[in-house]
Design a protein around this ligand. Structure first.
Ligand code: FUC
Length: 803
């Protein structure tokens, strides 16, 4: 049935309403249910991994909710240590080509040694993304608090606490306004109890503090230790005074008085206080560098002046409106409850007993979307790094960098399908700039006019290989020149979902084309007539070299490389058709016929490398050779041999103890969704929640490092269980619905071609779906055996059911 979008919505509401009367599990799509997703606790955070995150893409805060000494830890997404550095060894082209040739000749052990001696160059690594510092607010409560509750409301983007002391009620709440680029923290006593409070700031180094006009001013400049180390913690690189940054703290009270002591603000006799916090750096995204034309100190002064002007109520109202408008685009209801009566940390504990908690899964899904909005939405100028924007450390493992051998890619897997398309914007800008820098590297290495990036980069856009050790620089860095090509597929996907031709022409296509150009210049035809990549590796797995018996990573034509290139070449050809260009299409068509095929090895799994090597770690966290299954679409049920082998590949990893990192487990959810096995998806969701997330639902990497990719990967996987649009012009409804999610609904998920999808189901069967075209277009809708071709105008909807 074809109807206009508005009509579809109202029909959907009526149907849902009728269902609600009879079935408690159905939801209304236009009216938010009573039960909005929250994280909540009966105690303050005792460590950072219990604190609750706020973010507007640019400014981030972790709020502890402590009663007597409140703690807020801050980040500003551009505050990176270091300077732009792209070190090249002497005679780089000669050594690079020799390294390539040794790999092509199959002399892998020799190649590794040669590369280590001739290509590794200081500084091997980048310096880290750093914390902005910590604000402490003391309160002079005289007695212990009771009836304490702390929560983060995902729909409003507000974190709050409430408690009682001596029968008096107190409340605090905070949020980060995108409009004013400021954090607001309000304390109020409902019983007009006067409180005296002190505000102080600290950072491990590099700041000067002062108080002027009752504003606490923090002026900073990162000093990088001259002694940067290569094989060491903390990153390496040129020493000296680098990025400038500033933070400002202002206070508004309705009653009471504000004064100052040394480096502290003092609030006396207040029963209502609003703390306002702003921050800035002198980073200039368009230069990928700090820029002394930007005055970070003045910028932060101005921000605070603006942020102090409006009333708290007005800022709060505007914030909720902006935040909720984005958040509420998707609604998921799989839980069986009407009231959330169990705190989040207790729910997590209960999961360790092995039981499923559908409400927690639902919260985890929406929380992932919340984190993507907070780290890459609104005011973001840089993409979400390994920790989004939330990092408390001076140095955290992997420098909290942009890791391009799965992690940054995974961060953006949920962006399109969960209706947060605009979060890709800072990534697109970043990648465009990175690809400009990567042209220099491509030229220096092999004289190509294309561009490359390697397995990790930073805010300064490093495109030469780096690693946390010299060894890593060679094997993880030099052997993964495909990283930029893989990243550019994220831009292609943005086009596929949005159908935004201007974006394709100006952003995605130049990036895709430049990446393809590099690989046309880089690949070599071997004696079998196949085009192979060299150097190459399968992140970050090792194999036993049959010739020397050595354990190695470097090789030629790892399966992932070839699968990425197949997607890349097809994307460029299709882009050129859409845009009416003919630059590389013919060459790429020819190249496609010479790419090695994805093969099945002797144990029945997908071969990870060009040869059927013995792998060293059968439980490896990377499952790169299944790139073709997810995120790519190369392995589908239309090829039963590869489809079965893909399933065996995951089973082998898992039976050996795989999926040990949160992100690896999250990837497995996506794999099983593509294999249409919802029950296996649920097993991985449960495993992730039981073993790999913290009380504040941050995803973990062993030993206990927050890494946000697993949060995002899991969201993508859950969406993929409900809607898939990876097969050309096809939308599959409920392709991997698990048996335990027998009733439910989802609305607002997106499909390629810019369709929006709402579905309700009952007793494990689809009841009804509404597919709305945003820009007009045709697609096939598939549910189990039923398939129907639809052709919609912009704004038009189609209601699909089994009648
Ligand atoms: C990749 C992974 C690691 C880690 C790092 C940030 O290199 O192999 O497990 O997630 O990125």
């Amino acid at each position: 049935m074809y109807i206009s979008k508005d009509k579809a919505r109202s029909i959907f509401c009526v149907i849902s309403l009728l269902l609600i009367l009879g079935l408690s599990q159905c939801t209304v799509t236009d009216e938010k249910q009573e039960l909005s997703e929250q994280l909540w606790y009966n105690q303050p955070a005792s460590e950072w991994l219990e604190a609750l995150p706020l973010g507007n893409g640019k400014l981030g805060a972790m709020v502890f909710g402590t009663v007597n000494k409140e703690h807020l830890q801050f980040n500003e997404e551009t505050l990176w240590a270091g300077t732009p550095e792209d070190p090249y060894p002497e005679n780089v082209r000669k050594h690079y080509l020799k390294f390539q040739q040794l790999n092509l000749d199959g002399k892998f052990a020799e190649a590794e040694e040669y590369g280590f001696n001739n290509l590794v160059v200081s500084p091997t690594s980048v310096r880290p993304y750093e914390s902005l510092g910590d604000l402490f607010i003391t309160f002079d409560h005289k007695s212990e608090a009771s009836k304490y509750k702390r929560k983060l409301d995902l729909e409003t983007g507000i974190t709050s606490i409430e408690y009682e002391i001596d029968g008096k009620k107190y409340q605090r709440e905070s949020f980060i306004s995108a409009k004013y680029n400021a954090l607001y923290y309000r304390y109020f006593s409902n019983d007009s109890d006067k409180v005296n409070s002190k505000l102080s700031y600290s950072r491990y180094k590099d700041i000067k503090q002062s108080v002027k006009d009752n504003v606490l001013r923090i002026d900073g400049q990162i000093f990088d230790d001259i002694n940067g180390y290569d094989d060491n913690k903390g990153g390496s690189g040129e020493g000296g005074y680098h990025m400038k940054f500033a933070a400002r703290v202002g206070v508004k009270t309705q009653s009471g008085n504000v004064s100052s002591e040394t480096d502290q603000l003092v609030v006396s006799n207040a029963n209502d206080m609003v703390v306002v916090f702003t921050a800035a750096t002198d980073y200039n995204p368009s230069q990928m560098n700090y820029d002394r034309n930007i005055d970070a100190y003045q910028k932060s002064d101005n921000q605070l002046t603006m942020a102090m002007k409006p009333s708290y109520e007005d800022v709060r109202e505007e914030h909720i409106k902006t935040h909720a408008a984005m958040y509420n685009r998707v609604d998921l209801d799989i839980a069986d409850i009407e009231v959330d009566s169990i705190p989040t940390d207790i729910r997590l504990e209960n999961m360790k007993n092995g039981q499923e908690d559908k409400y927690l899964s639902q919260v985890f899904f929406q929380y992932g979307r919340y984190l993507l909005m907070g780290s890459s939405g609104f005011r973001a100028e840089l993409p979400a790094n390994l920790q989004g924007i939330w990092n408390k450390e001076k140095w955290i493992q992997w420098e909290s960098d942009f890791h391009l051998n799965i992690n940054l890619q995974m961060n953006y897997w949920p962006a399109e399908v969960t209706n947060l398309s605009e979060t890709v914007k800072p990534l697109s800008q970043f990648m465009t700039r990175l690809s400009e820098k990567g042209k220099v590297t491509a030229e220096k290495y092999i004289g190509s006019e294309g561009w490359i990036a390697h397995h990790a980069t930073n805010a300064f856009g490093r495109t030469v290989p780096n690693g946390s050790s010299k060894q890593s620089q060679l094997v993880n860095g030099y052997c993964f020149p495909i990283a930029g090509a893989w990243m550019s597929l994220t831009m292609w996907r943005h086009y596929e979902f949005t159908q935004d031709k201007a974006y394709l022409e100006t952003v995605a296509y130049p990036m895709l084309q430049g990446a393809a150009q590099f690989f046309l210049d880089f690949m070599k035809e071997n004696e079998k007539g196949e085009l192979v990549t060299a150097p190459s590796y399968s992140p970050e797995n090792r194999y036993k070299d049959p010739t020397t018996g050595k354990i190695l990573k470097n090789t030629i034509a790892a399966t992932m490389d070839i699968q990425i290139l197949r997607d890349l070449f097809r994307a460029v050809i299709e882009s050129e058709t859409i845009l009416g260009k003919e630059n590389l299409s013919k060459q790429l068509q020819a190249a496609l016929t010479k790419l090695p095929t994805t093969k099945v090895g002797k144990d029945g799994t997908i071969m990870e490398w060009y040869e059927d090597y013995e792998e060293v770690q059968p439980n490896h966290r990377h499952i790169s050779h299944l790139f073709g299954l997810y995120p790519s679409t190369q392995i589908t049920q239309t090829d039963p041999v590869l489809f079965t082998a893909a399933k065996k590949t995951i089973e082998k990893r898992l039976s050996n103890g795989g999926g040990q990192t949160g992100w690896s487990r999250a990837w497995i959810i996506n794999f099983y969704a593509r294999l249409f096995d919802g029950d296996e998806c649920v097993k991985s969701i449960n495993s992730l929640l039981a073993n790999q997330v913290t009380p504040n639902l941050f995803d973990l990497h062993p030993p206990r490092i927050f890494q946000i990719d697993g949060n995002f990967g899991a969201v993508a996987g859950m969406a993929e269980m409900l809607v898939q649009s990876n097969e050309r012009n096809t939308i599959k409804l409920l392709p991997a619905l698990p048996s335990t999610w027998s009733q439910g609904s989802v609305s607002g998920l997106k499909a390629r071609g810019n369709f929006e999808v709402d579905i309700t189901w009952n007793e494990g069967q689809l009841e009804e779906a509404t597919i709305t075209s945003i820009v007009g277009g045709t697609t096939k809708i598939v549910y189990q055996e039923k398939a129907i071709q639809i052709d919609l105008m912009a704004g038009e909807s189609y209601v699909f059911n089994m009648n």
